[in-house]
Design a protein. Structure first.
Length: 158
């Protein structure tokens, strides 16, 4: 049996809160090769962009026939990293909040929870917005990508 390879994924999402213009990005390392995924959305939120970055990265893994591989996903989003620990509670309440409404981002939360259940994923919480210190920091790189995308699209749509 072949040993599983470890795929490393760095994700981030950002949103201009007044204009609701957002961006997401993922840096994916497969066999030492870096791939960049990124996208923009309007009428969105910061958490939606954080979720979408992870979902799109896992979809790319699946589309490359690598569903059985082990994934380390690095994120500065507490919301994303701790989502699986809230799974039972969310499912038991059918994704309904204490106010009786569907939770925010229920569509993406359900997709990511399904992906978590069907993949070998280790989530790693990283500190956001680290200053450069001379060592390679892929979380900083993905953060710069999303902030630049948001800035470009705010100017374009502003």
């Amino acid at each position: 049996m072949l040993e599983k390879q470890l795929i490393e994924i760095y994700t981030d999402g950002s949103c201009h809160t007044q204009l609701l213009v957002g961006a997401w990005a993922a840096l994916i390392f497969i066999n030492g090769k870096k791939q960049i995924l990124k996208g923009i959305q309007t009428d969105t939120t910061h958490n939606r962009m954080e979720l979408l970055a992870v979902i799109k990265a896992i979809e790319l893994i699946d589309n490359n026939g690598l569903k059985e591989e082990e994934l380390n996903i690095y994120s500065d989003s507490q919301y994303v990293v701790n989502l699986n620990s809230r799974r039972e509670k969310l499912e038991a309440k059918n994704f309904i909040s204490s106010k009786g409404t569907v939770i925010q981002n229920a569509d993406l939360v359900q997709i990511l929870l399904l992906q978590i259940a069907t993949h070998h994923i280790n989530f790693v919480k990283v500190k956001a917005h680290q200053k450069p210190n001379g060592t390679q920091n892929f979380n900083r790189e993905v953060d710069k990508i999303v902030r630049n995308l948001v800035r470009e699209n705010v100017i374009k749509n502003g």
